[in-house]
Structures are given as structure tokens and as C-alpha cells.
Design a protein around this ligand. Structure first.
Ligand code: NOJ
Ligand code: CA
Length: 698
């Protein structure tokens, strides 16, 4: 009897503090509850079925009482928000931000520390964050651990990569949750610096699918002044716990109240298209802080880049031995790619084919010993090699109406880059470079820091802001995963932060399913500089002993310009390879990069993706369809086209006998007149794709 009574008391006690917030249509609901010990918890249900079971919230602080239990609720507030905003560049002209919000104000009984939990329920996902208000009992503090848990209900299928503190350039593993195991991975994968903290640590965005076909995605938004959150999986219990990336002395985040944590997000839908098209991450970021955004423009570019990756030329001028002549000057190897002459060739090509920009890597001194030495002063970002004439190149580009794209490889030496940054940006302005690609290959200096720690997150965000001060755009490689900061600083035009196409040139590469997974994972955080457009697919073309290849058909390389959204897109292959296939190259020339509308017509992570997009301000459409290693036939209704209008559809597709491995280049192009009543049957080869342009007919 006594037991029953205390059980009832327990239930009623916790029930008192239970608070629920539902998404606008009621599909998703999040329930907040304090345990009898005063620990905050939350649970999520989708269509009235639990999808995240009661999961702990809280943070531990260094040298202070942990903010994990003994809390009581001092108040709750709710808000409903339904607004529309316009991204500067984007997949759609307008984005709807529609959610219900619940704020729970807590106080810890003994310490009197106040903590607010902010919960938002959108129709395709829920989000929550910790809010540390200004208060007497908490000013400066150090987070030593975040207790956030995600307790799942079943043994889902998971698309996971190891929770490496230094790299996100992995191939996705598709296994059951119970089979997550970093020790089973083949780490001979081309990644230079790896820091995997444990057997069961994985990265977000973590895309999952339940046995009954529900799609779940765990990620984070607005990671600002905070480290990246990786997740520790308990493979027996199907639970995940936050694992914040530490700094060099093991602490996680240095904060001062008032402040907030990033958002933790859980997307849930029985329709994969709702997840891949979601704007939840952008919606959780602050609006643009840049008032005049007229200088932020999409850029389609070519460059001196793939030729180094395939071994045709080098970044360095004098070779790794840095041979010098009697006068102490470096002796060129003759293989240097970034020469004035070669750059002019690219500028001519860009001008002829209507490209906006030319990227030149290896233009500046330092590449003789840039990687693997953990050396501090490698580059100064302002001194060109003797065979690269900045004045001449920039005058030539200007005359041809082509913009140059700067390259700042830091080799991970971040303090050095920050010391040189203002001069480097002045040089860009002097020579009229509107954008730079940055790079962070190698171990970070200050030594002991990781790519994903708080200091580095702050660095990447600082660089975006400093570029913005100078009206310059930035595209970072090897940076921590984007979490929507490009809404706040739209000049942060793209990032790599995942395994890009380049891995296909010199490692085991990216399997055919890779590009069907990235839109569900990395790309939820912002545009990716994937560098598609490789036409000469097998590396044996350059060297008969090479076995590497891009795991794709040529037609799929075209489709990627549509399926992988980015306002910065490279036509990555060599000029001579495009000149061999001018009819296929036409699609890359035509495809738009900024959109009024994007329709995810078909999507299954790991299998296929079909996307149609309408060009910003024009009635032209583009469609991209891709598949994994399996051939695929599908029929697409063109009911998105304007009714009553005729369109010329140019269809770039795999030839009947195309195959990513056996016959990757074989493609056909056909033209037909279509209307919104038409249907198109698409036949994608194994590892293949289809790209279509639709142009209205008069
Ligand atoms: C890695 C980048 O991802 C790649 O694009 C670049 O060419 C090299 N680093 C050199 O900076
Ligand atoms: Ca890279």
C-alpha cells in the first residue's frame, strides 16, 4: 500500500512538471518533464508514437555544481511563430519558419543557478537549446560535459561516420544501430589527420531509418562559440549521448552568461523528402547580419585544381627537396600548375564558356613543405611564386570579365593565418578577387586543438565575419561541419566539411551511394563545395598503373549540379576533358545555381534522389536524378512546369550500356518538347544519373 502510494506520488509529482509542445499540425510533440530528482528530461512522439524516449538534459561545469538535477520549474512561456524570410542565395526564394515554442525556466534548488530550456516544435522536427540567463550565481563558466541524450526506440538503420574530432571526410557506413563500431573501419581511406575518440562515437547529422520506415535525423544548428557535438552510441540500448569536442586541455566550452548553446535537432518524418528538403537548420540560425548583400553572388568556376589531384601538375614550385641554385633561389621542377600562362588559359576558357570565376591553387610560396610537419609559418598568403604574376593575371581576368578566386591553404596553422588575414584580404581587394577558398589540411596549430573544438568553430565563424567586413565571400575546406551560419553570414557561400569528389582521384574514393547520403547529412547544414563535373572518370587515363576512379557515370556528374545544392559550383575537370565532350559540357554551362523553388521529387538515403529546381527569376527548370550502385528506372511527372506552356527538354542520360565501373563515360543526349502534362521515363545506369534542362518555348 505504502509502495503504491509513493508510486502514485512520484507519478503525480513528475506529472505536475510535464509540459508539452506540439508542432503546428500536431504531428510531432515534445514533452518536457523533471524527474523526481529534479533532472530535466524530454521525449518526442510522432503521430502519437514515441520516437525518442525520455532522455536526460543538463551540463556539467568545471569546478562548479553540475547543472543536471535538483531543478524546479519557476515558469513556462509559449510562443507561436509563423513567418517567411528570403535567403540571399538559396534553394527557394522564400523560406517559411513555422513552429511552436516552449520555454521552461528552471532554478537549481541549492546553487540557485537559473537555466532556461528552449524547445521548438516544427512539423518536420523538434529543436532545443540551453539558455543561461544573466544572473548573480553564474557568470564565467566552463562546460566539462553536456549530458544531452537521445534515447531511441529501436535498432534503426544508421548512416554513420566516426565522430572524429579532426575530420568529416569519411565514407558513410550503412548498418544497424547495434553494428556501429569504429574499430571495424578500414582507416586506409586517404584522410590525413584522424582523431577518433572511441569505438562508438559518431558524427551528426546522423540519418536513421526505423524498421517500420520512419526517417529520423539528429543534428545541431547555430554552433557559435561552442564545440561541435559528436554522439556516443550505446549499441545495446540504442541510446546516444552528446560528446563535445574538447580543447587542448580537455575542457569543452568557455562561456559567460548570458549565453546559449547551439540547438540540438531531431527531424522525424515518414517521408524522406521532408527531411532532405527541410529548412529547419537555417530557420534556427539568426537572420543575415549583412545589410547590403548585393555583392554576394553565385559563382560557377573552373580552376587549376584537378590537375594537381590527378598528378598532372603540382602545387609546389621547387619540389619537396626545395632545391636551390648557387644564388639561393629555388630551382623549379617544371611541374608547377599555377603559372601565369596556365592561369590565362583557364581565364580564356572561363570567358569563352561564361564561367564567373577561376580558382588557382598553388599560386603562393610555401607548398614545398606544407603538410605533415606541423610547421607554424608555412604560408604568408601574399607572396606569389616567381612564375605567377598577380598583376598580370588579375589585369587579364578583368579584361575578360572573369573573377579570380583566391586560395588560402592554412595547413592547419590557424594562428599564422589569423596573423596574416588582414593583409591577405587587402591583397584580394587590391587584385579584385571577390572570394577565397580556405583549407585546413593537417593538425591544428595552436597545437593540441582539434578542427571541431570551440576555438576552431570560433575561427571559422570569425573568418566569415572578417571576409564580410571586406565584402568578400569564403568557401572553407576541412572546416567543422556547417550548421546554418550561412543564413547569418551569407558570404560564407559554401564549405567542404565532408568527403568531396577529390577523394576519388587518389584514394579508395566515394562509393556510388555517397551523393545520395550527403543531402541527408552534411548538406543539411549548408551548401557544399563538392566539385562535381568529372568527365574523364578513370585515373588510368593519366597513368596506366592507377586504379582509382570516380564512382560514377558521366551523366551522373551532370545530375550532381542539381541534386547537390550550392551557389558555388566548380566544373572540376581539366579544360581538355571538357573540350572532348562539348555537348555534355553544355549542361554545366547552362545549369543555374540560385533558385526560386526546389522540389524533392523522390528520395531515399543511400539509394536515390530526384530533384527539380526553378531558376531564380526565370521560367527555366533543371532536374537531376541520381542512383547508387543499382540501376534504376523511374517515371517523373512534369506537373511542376507552368501549365499551358511548352518547354524544350534536353535530356542528358546514361547510354543503355553505361555502368559506373565498366563503361562510365557512355551517355546520350536527346531533345523533346514537353508540357506540364508530360511524363518522362528515366533510366539510370548503375552508379548513374540523368540531368535535364527545361527551357520555355515561345
Ligand atoms: C584539401 C582540399 O579539400 C582540396 O580541395 C585542396 O586542393 C587541397 N586541400 C590543397 O589545399
Ligand atoms: Ca578536403
Amino acid at each position: 500500500m505504502k509502495q503504491l502510494f509513493s508510486l502514485l506520488l512520484l507519478c503525480s509529482l513528475s506529472w505536475v512538471s510535464a509540459q508539452k509542445v506540439e508542432s503546428p499540425t500536431g504531428t510531432l510533440a515534445l514533452t518536457f518533464q523533471l524527474t523526481p530528482d529534479g533532472q530535466p528530461t524530454y521525449a518526442v512522439s510522432y503521430k502519437n508514437k514515441p520516437v525518442v524516449l525520455s532522455s536526460a538534459l543538463g551540463v556539467s561545469l568545471k569546478d562548479k555544481t553540475a547543472l543536471v538535477n535538483h531543478f524546479e520549474v519557476t515558469g513556462t512561456t509559449t510562443h507561436a511563430v509563423n513567418e517567411t524570410w528570403k535567403p540571399v542565395l538559396g534553394e527557394q526564394a522564400q523560406i517559411v519558419n513555422h513552429y511552436n515554442e516552449l520555454i521552461v525556466a528552471l532554478v537549481q534548488k541549492d546553487s540557485k543557478v537559473k537555466l532556461n530550456l528552449v524547445f521548438r516544435a516544427f512539423d518536420e522536427g523538434v529543436a532545443f537549446r540551453y539558455d543561461f540567463p544573466k544572473q548573480e550565481n553564474l557568470n564565467y563558466f566552463i562546460i566539462s560535459d553536456e549530458k544531452t541524450e537521445f534515447n531511441l526506440t529501436e535498432n534503426h538503420k544508421v548512416f554513420w561516420i566516426p565522430g572524429d574530432f579532426d575530420s568529416n571526410e569519411y565514407v558513410y557506413n550503412e548498418t544497424k544501430f547495434s553494428e556501429i563500431d569504429n574499430e571495424k573501419l578500414d582507416l586506409n581511406n586517404g584522410i590525413g589527420v584522424k582523431s577518433i575518440p572511441g569505438k562508438y562515437t559518431v558524427q551528426t547529422p546522423l540519418q536513421m531509418k526505423s524498421p517500420s520506415g520512419l526517417y529520423l535525423n539528429i543534428f545541431e544548428a547555430a554552433v557559435v562559440n561552442y564545440p561541435v557535438m559528436h554522439l556516443d552510441a550505446n549499441v545495446q540500448k540504442y541510446t546516444l549521448k552528446a560528446n563535445l569536442v574538447p580543447n587542448a586541455i580537455g575542457d569543452k566550452a568557455y562561456l559567460q552568461a548570458p549565453c546559449v548553446s547551439p540547438w540540438r535537432t531531431i527531424m522525424v518524418s515518414d517521408d524522406a523528402r521532408k527531411i532532405v528538403s527541410s529548412k529547419l537548420i537555417l530557420n534556427l540560425n539568426e537572420p543575415s547580419k549583412i545589410e547590403d548583400t548585393s555583392w554576394i553572388k553565385p559563382m560557377k568556376y573552373v580552376g587549376i585544381w584537378w590537375e594537381m589531384h590527378v598528378g598532372k601538375s603540382t602545387w609546389d614550385y621547387a619540389g619537396s627537396q626545395n632545391a636551390q641554385n648557387a644564388a639561393g633561389n629555388p630551382i623549379p621542377t617544371g611541374k608547377h600548375g599555377a603559372t601565369t600562362e596556365n592561369t590565362k588559359r583557364y581565364i580564356d576558357f572561363a570567358a569563352k564558356h561564361g564561367f564567373d570565376g577561376v580558382l588557382v591553387e598553388g599560386w603562393n610560396v610555401g607548398w614545398e613543405d606544407w603538410v605533415g610537419n606541423w610547421k607554424e609559418d608555412v604560408f604568408d598568403f601574399t607572396t606569389p611564386y616567381p612564375d605567377f604574376n598577380l598583376e598580370e593575371v588579375s589585369a587579364y581576368a578583368k579584361a575578360k570579365n572573369v573573377k579570380m578566386i583566391m586560395h588560402h591553404e592554412t595547413s592547419g596553422s590557424v594562428g599564422n593565418y589569423e596573423r596574416h588575414l588582414d593583409r591577405a584580404l587587402d591583397l584580394m581587394k587590391k587584385f579584385d578577387y571577390p572570394a577565397a577558398k580556405t583549407g585546413y589540411v593537417g593538425k591544428i596549430i595552436p597545437r593540441g586543438e582539434f578542427h571541431d573544438g570551440q576555438a576552431m568553430v570560433n575561427h571559422f565563424n570569425f573568418v566569415a565575419r572578417r571576409f564580410a567586413d571586406n565584402k568578400l565571400m569564403v568557401n572553407s575546406h576541412e572546416s567543422s561541419h556547417p550548421t546554418g551560419y550561412s543564413r547569418t553570414y551569407p558570404n560564407y557561400i559554401a564549405a567542404e566539411s565532408a568527403r568531396g569528389n577529390e577523394f576519388n582521384a587518389w584514394s579508395n574514393g566515394n562509393p556510388p551511394a555517397h551523393e545520395t547520403i550527403l543531402p541527408f547529412t552534411r548538406q543539411l547544414g549548408g551548401p557544399m563545395d563538392y566539385t562535381p563535373g568529372i568527365f574523364e572518370i578513370k585515373m588510368s587515363y593519366y597513368d596506366k598503373n592507377k586504379t582509382e576512379q570516380v564512382h560514377t557515370t558521366l551523366a551522373k556528374q551532370l545530375a550532381l549540379y542539381v541534386t547537390m545544392y550550392s551557389p558555388l559550383q566548380m566544373a572540376a575537370d581539366l579544360i581538355e576533358n571538357y573540350e572532348k565532350y562539348p555537348d555534355a559540357f553544355q549542361f554545366i554551362k547552362d545549369v543555374a545555381m540560385d533558385w526560386d523553388e526546389s522540389l524533392y521529387l523522390e528520395a531515399e538515403p543511400g539509394d536515390y534522389l530526384t530533384v527539380a529546381r526553378k531558376t531564380k527569376g526565370q521560367d527555366t527548370w533543371f532536374l537531376g536524378a541520381i542512383t547508387d550502385e543499382n540501376a534504376r528506372t523511374t517515371e517523373i511527372k512534369l506537373d511542376f512546369l507552368t501549365k499551358g506552356k511548352k518547354y524544350k527538354a534536353i535530356i542528358y542520360q546514361d547510354a543503355k550500356n553505361a555502368h559506373w565501373e565498366k563503361n562510365p563515360i557512355a551517355y546520350t543526349i536527346k531533345t523533346q518538347v514537353v508540357t506540364s502534362a508530360s511524363k518522362l521515363k528515366l533510366q539510370l545506369a548503375a552508379g548513374g544519373g540523368t540531368a535535364i534542362s527545361f527551357e520555355p518555348l515561345p
